[in-house]
Design a protein around this ligand. Structure first.
Ligand SMILES: *[C@@H]1O[C@H](CO)[C@@H](O)[C@H](O)[C@H]1NC(C)=O
Ligand SMILES: *[C@@H]1O[C@H](CO)[C@@H](O)[C@H](O)[C@H]1NC(C)=O
Ligand SMILES: *[C@@H]1O[C@H](CO)[C@@H](O)[C@H](O)[C@H]1NC(C)=O
Ligand SMILES: *[C@@H]1O[C@H](CO)[C@@H](O)[C@H](O)[C@H]1NC(C)=O
Ligand SMILES: *[C@@H]1O[C@H](CO)[C@@H](O)[C@H](O)[C@H]1NC(C)=O
Ligand SMILES: *[C@@H]1O[C@H](CO)[C@@H](O)[C@H](O)[C@H]1NC(C)=O
Length: 401
């Protein structure tokens, strides 16, 4: 069938595009010049910047013979109060709970004060995080604001226990915007904040957690598939149904518009459903956090899109002849379609807000919406003008006869 072959071609070109994205390796970025020069002045040889995780920078030096770890962690804290946390988790996973943390807090008067915090499971259920002794042998712990504005650093020398293997250590970092005295308040609930963990080899700086990399790729694929499937192809199908049937473009001689509409919605549905399945997989994988609203919207989009699709399919196989019923069906099909497009748009923005690359995705998607709005507007104006011209012509006809 023609429909399935064009859909197949679309899927293939789409997968090539996705694969080219996958081949980009995701790794930490180079440290900023200023931070790097500070690190070098302290004889810290290794440095990493986590650009997509609040831009935290981490410089360190590790001697595996003595188990001495010297660290410097820095971040910009733009808000009036704010905090920067860094710590080690000797548990099995690099998660927040169980982290032996050093937290520096920017006070309202601008000074940067810090302490040690034992992050227990009670923090997750809403208990206040207050300074407490931790299980790390720390010396020379300092919290300072660097010369250039908004940059704050934590420095410490840590003597790791002999039992700890420096080639595979869980380190965790976080940045928050709000603090009360010495109590840091909860950080933003986006992936930037949840991604602040890594299993690192302190001797090379190489992250050993491939799982995180795979998850990141899956998120990008989920985003792209759903924006293309739900957010681009379905609206194109709607435009075809609306403007290719009665004009301004006429594809109704052999009901071509119907086939084109069906092809678009089939492709959009297949691509969107694939992206949705990836999203569901991602949701089950993130046991330390979740985005319930984004997930609920996603599930309802999938449910109603499936419903819409199945009903149309059933109708195509067994066409009704009753005109009145057909009118009701059209109204129902149209309103469900437009409602779906609205929810899709809202949920894509919700998804983009979670992403660390938010500032790149949002303008791209806004451009997509703007183009659709433009197309709708132009076609509506053309149709309206046509209607007016026809009306004038009719009037002329009636007056001349
Ligand atoms: C850095 O290393 C050099 C040479 O080993 C030494 O002279 C200097 O004192 C060290 N600086 C710091 C801050 O430890
Ligand atoms: C320490 O590091 C050196 C090279 O960097 C390596 O040859 C040695 O095996 C390491 N020692 C331990 C105890 O891991
Ligand atoms: C800022 O306030 C803290 C207490 O919240 C105080 O310890 C610190 O000295 C103050 N810093 C300045 C520069 O006034
Ligand atoms: C940190 O909290 C855990 C869990 O409550 C506790 O088992 C541990 O002893 C605490 N560590 C210190 C140094 O107090
Ligand atoms: C801590 O700082 C003091 C003075 O600033 C210095 O003499 C000492 O060597 C430092 N200790 C470590 C372990 O870096
Ligand atoms: C530390 O971990 C690395 C990698 O997991 C391993 O190759 C190495 O043998 C371990 N070293 C020790 C002393 O356990």
């Amino acid at each position: 069938m023609k429909m399935s072959s064009s859909c197949l071609m679309f899927l293939v070109s789409n997968s090539i595009f996705l694969l080219s994205l996958f081949s980009f390796k995701i790794h930490a970025h180079r440290c900023t010049e200023d931070f790097l020069s500070e690190a070098h002045s302290r004889n810290l040889t290794l440095c990493k910047r986590y650009k997509h995780s609040n831009g935290v920078e981490f410089a360190w030096n590790f001697k595996n013979t003595t188990q001495m770890l010297q660290v410097m962690v820095g971040a910009r804290l733009e808000s009036e109060t704010g905090w920067l946390a860094w710590g080690l988790n000797f548990g099995p996973e690099p998660s927040m709970v169980g982290t032996q943390a050093l937290i520096g807090i920017k006070q309202t008067n601008g000074s940067f004060l810090g302490d040690t915090y034992n992050v227990t499971q009670y923090i997750k259920i809403g208990c206040n995080l207050l300074p407490s002794p931790i299980d790390l042998n720390i010396r020379n712990l300092t919290f300072t604001a660097l010369g250039y504005p908004h940059y704050y650093i934590i420095e410490a020398t840590i003597h790791l226990p002999q039992s700890v293997n420096g080639s595979r250590i869980n380190h965790v970092w976080e940045v928050g915007k709000v603090a009360m005295g010495m109590e840091p308040k909860i950080h933003d609930k986006n992936l930037q904040s949840y991604d602040g963990t890594e299993i690192i080899d302190l001797q090379t700086g190489i992250a050993t957690s491939i799982r995180a990399a795979r998850r990141h790729q899956a998120r990008i694929a989920h985003g792209i598939l759903n924006i293309i499937g739900w957010g681009v192809i379905l609206p194109i199908g709607v435009i075809i149904a609306r403007y290719f049937k009665k004009g301004p473009i006429h594809w109704n001689e052999h009901e071509q518009w119907k086939n084109a509409h069906a092809t678009c919605q089939t492709c959009g549905y297949i691509i969107g459903a694939t992206g949705w399945a990836l999203g569901i997989w991602l949701g089950t994988r993130s046991k330390y956090y979740s985005f319930p609203q984004h997930g609920a919207f996603g599930i309802s989009i999938f449910t109603f899109a499936t419903l819409q699709y199945m009903q149309t399919l059933a109708l195509r196989l067994k066409p009704r002849t009753n005109d009145e019923l057909n009118t009701y069906w059209s109204i129902y099909h149209l309103s469900l379609g437009y409602a779906l497009l609205t929810v899709i748009c809202v949920n894509i923005f919700k998804g983009i807000r979670i992403m660390p690359e938010e500032e790149k995705w949002r303008p791209a998607y806004i451009a997509v919406i703007a183009s659709f709005a433009f197309i709708f507007l132009v076609f509506e104006i053309i149709n309206w003008l046509k209607f007016k011209i026809d009306e004038l012509a009719k009037k002329k006809d009636s007056t001349s006869t």
